[in-house]
Structures are given as C-alpha cells and as structure tokens.
Design a binder for this molecule. Structure first.
Ligand code: EPZ
Length: 430
C-alpha cells in the first residue's frame, strides 16, 4: 500500500467526527452513486476484457477495497474523481486475498465474476459481520447449479468449473441480493439459458443487468422475481453511470426531518425508495416528487409511526432502518420497528442511548420512545448504517457529539461532513 493510501486509511481509523447539534438543516444536495450498485458492477468489469469506464462511482472505502481486489486479479484501474477505468485485459489471479475479504465481506460478490471469467475462484470464507451471521449458502448453491464444483478447506472456499450445465434453473429460497448478483455474474459467460427464480428485485440488480447488457450480455427480467440469462461466449468493455444511492438519500432526508428542516435531493429516482418516502409521509413530512429529485419539508411536530417492518425490495429497506430510528427519537410518541432481514442489526442502539435515546430492543424488535431530550456525548460507530444513525441523532442533539470509529461510515458515505456542512450542520472531521 502506498503512503498516501496508508495515510488516508490511518486517517479514517484515527479521525473522529464532531457535531454541534440543534441546527435546522436546510438546502440542496446531489445524491452520490450507490455503494451497493458500484460494487457488483466493478466486479462485472472482470467479465469484459478491455477497458470499461464506470461513472458516478462514490468515493468511499468499499470502492477502494474493490480496486485493490481488481488490481490483485491483474486489472489496471485508474480513478479520476467519480469515474473509474478498469482494464481487465489480462487476469493473472483467481483469488481474493484474505486481508481484503476481511476488510470488506461484500467482496464475496467478486466470486461469481472471477469464476465466470477464469473458470475457478478461491476466497476465504467471508464469515459474519456487525449485522450477525452472513451465510453464503445460496451463493454457493447457485454456483454449483451453474456447473462449479464447490469445496471448502482450511477456511477457504474453492469453485472449479467441472461441467457445462444444461439450462440450469436456480431457485433461491430467499431473494438474496448478493446471491442473485453472483448468479448473474457467473452465468453471463455460460452459453445456454439460466433461470433464477425468487431473484432479488432491488434497483441495484437492475443497474447490474443494465451494465452487463451494455457489455453484450443478454439478461431479461431484472427487477422482477424471475431473471433469465442467455450466456454469451464473450462480453465487451462498456461505459456506464451508476444509479444514485437510495440509502444515502434516505439518510440525509432523515437528518433534515430530525432537525425540523427541509431538503431537496437532486439526481435521485423517487421510484427507487417509495417505501421509505411512505414512512416520511407517515411521519407528517411534506414531499414533492419530481422525475429526478425529491423535496422534503419537516412537519411542525413529527408524528410517531406505530409499526415499520423491513422487507426485501420493494418493501422498506433494512439499510434505511438505523437513520429512520434515530429520526423517530424526535417524534411525538412511541414507534415500533421490526427488523426482518438481519439477525443482529441493533448494535448501534446502545450508542444512541448515550445521547439520551429511550429505545428498548427485544430480539429483532425495537420500541422507540419519541420526545427524546438528546444531548451530545462521545459515541462510537458499530457498523455502517449504525454510524449513520449516530450522525442523525447527533444533529438533533443539544451540544457536541464526538463520533469515533468513523471508518465504518466512510465505507458507504462519500464526504458526509461536506454534504452536511452544505445544508447548515455544524460538523467537522479531525
Ligand atoms: C446486500 O447485502 C447489501 N450489501 C446490504 O447492504 C443489504 O442490507 C442487503 O443486500 C439486503 O438488502 C451490498 O449490496 C454490498 P442478502 P447481502 O444476501 O447481499 C441471508 C449496507 O449497509 N442470506 O440479501 O449480503 C442473510 O443472512 C449493506 O449497505 C442467507 O441466508 O444481503 C441475510 O439475513 C448491509 N444465505 C439475508 O439473507 C445466503 O447465501 C439478506 O442477505 C445469502 C444471504
């Protein structure tokens, strides 16, 4: 790792965010590219020999790790602001180094692309993460159906192409986002017809299919629960612009409403986050929707929301839960939040309590008391979206909050302090 990268990595680990809360946020921002779209699309460039150009890439540490993986595999990557060029002409490795798997568990999305391009792949088991166990059984089942022999040895997972499948049909017993993506990536270069039933329907799946099809693939049904991939002998380098990050947009809107402010978000497709917009409306916010932007205005007094349940897309997204829970601390009553996707997504709640939050959790259920008197404190991020929740709560707290372990936040939010400064927050990173 060169010194600059080391310094920025060390900086992220050592620096903290300081927020003087109580300011009403007001203004306009432009959404950055979606973390959960750019990661599989960077993996997909492996399938296209030659130089692909990806625009609107968010400058976040998960993208940095993805570029390290692509470089390890033999790609030559260059980055100019939010545009990344990947030359995947010569692939020289088929494994993901253990340290990079540990740095970013979603590196597992490279599995299908590496196997699809080279015919074999080796990764260390991604294990669990801050959200609880993160099995990849569905990923491995899909790859096995696609003709790859899967075996595990000494903590490593090996995939080797053994036979050509005959029009495989993959039934996912859960519409896993990552498993759907790995299946699309591995099947894109397998001649014949692959069908995925109970596929994930997230906008990021559609974005991946759009990139692959622009590279010569033939994928239909993305965004629906059945996806059909007609595999090709070869894919070609392509140019693509990543969709906006609907979770980052949800986070900034929650911050505006938590502080009684108003916000316009440019470059976002309201259709990608309708379930979240519905929650803002239930909270009493006034929304104006345009084809590529959203304006939100806080109510005089935010209403509590009797029940919010996370679901797979197009239901309420689990990733928007933490910032919304933080926002509801300023609502007028008691809200109930039920997390149905991950087993252990409330680790950050103990940190919210240090700010004065009154939240009780019972397994995957959280009871959020509104009318909270929030006051600044020293807190630490436990995970990416939990860190976003701490930022939202700190913005709505009286006094200064010091937020540590912000490396979690920097995984998925580009220049969060600049975005918030631009709409009136008193925030600094040092
Ligand atoms: C993607 O994770 C996102 N990450 C997550 O965003 C997001 O929360 C999640 O989808 C759900 O929308 C990226 O896209 C990089 P899943 P992924 O496979 O693919 C179980 C963020 O904050 N499961 O849909 O890992 C699993 O245990 C991150 O940006 C299996 O049982 O999500 C979990 O309970 C967090 N077996 C559920 O499915 C499998 O083989 C959802 O997982 C795979 C998953």
């Amino acid at each position: 790792m060169n010194y600059k990268k080391f310094a920025s990595m060390r900086g992220a680990l050592m620096s903290k965010i300081y927020i003087n809360g109580g300011k009403t946020l007001k203004g306009e921002i432009t959404a950055h590219g979606a973390k959960n779209s750019v990661l599989p699309i960077l993996a997909a460039t492996l399938l296209c020999g030659g130089i692909s150009v990806i625009h609107n890439c968010p400058r976040i540490s998960d993208v940095d790790v993805s570029l390290k993986i692509l470089n390890h595999l033999g790609c030559r990557c260059t980055q100019e602001n939010n545009t990344i060029c990947i030359d995947a002409s010569n692939i020289i490795n088929n494994d993901i180094p253990d340290n990079l798997m540990r740095e970013m568990r979603s590196s597992v999305v490279f599995l299908g692309a590496i196997a699809g391009r080279t015919g074999s792949a080796k990764i260390s088991s991604p294990g669990g993460c801050e959200l609880g166990p993160r099995p990849i059984d569905l990923h491995l089942m899909a790859l096995n159906k696609l003709g790859f022999n899967i075996f595990e040895d000494h903590g490593y997972i090996y995939c080797d192409k053994t036979k050509r499948p005959n029009n495989p049909v993959i039934n996912l017993n859960f519409p896993s986002v990552g498993a759907t993506e790995n299946c699309m990536l591995a099947a894109a270069l397998i001649p014949g017809k692959t069908i995925i039933h109970n596929a994930a329907r997230e906008p990021e799946i559609v974005d991946l299919a759009n990139f692959l099809n622009s590279a010569g693939a033939s994928i239909c049904g993305a965004g629906l629960d059945t996806i059909i991939i007609y595999g090709k002998e070869k894919l070609y380098p392509s140019e693509h612009t990543v969709i906006p990050d609907r979770i980052a947009v949800s986070t900034y809107m929650a911050a505006a409403v938590a502080t009684g402010g108003e916000l316009t978000v440019n470059s976002v497709n309201p259709n990608d986050l309708l379930a979240v917009l519905n929650v803002f409306e239930q909270a009493g916010a006034n929304l104006t929707l345009y084809s590529d932007r959203i304006s939100i205005k806080s109510p005089k007094k935010m209403k509590f929301i009797p029940t919010i349940k996370t679901q797979v897309y197009p239901g309420f997204p689990t990733d928007a839960g933490p910032p919304i829970i933080a926002m509801l601390l300023k609502s007028s009553g008691t809200s109930v939040f039920i997390e149905n996707i991950f087993q252990n997504r409330f680790k950050y709640v103990d940190e919210l309590k240090r700010l004065g939050a009154n939240i009780k959790t019972y397994g995957n259920l959280a009871v959020i008391e509104g009318n909270s008197k929030l006051t600044g404190a020293a807190v630490e991020c436990t995970d990416l979206r939990g860190g976003a929740a701490l930022v939202v709560a700190a913005l709505a707290s009286e006094g200064e909050t010091e937020i540590g372990k912000i490396n979690h936040i920097l995984r998925g939010y580009e220049n969060i302090e600049d975005y918030l400064l631009s709409i009136g927050a008193n925030i600094v990173r040092k």
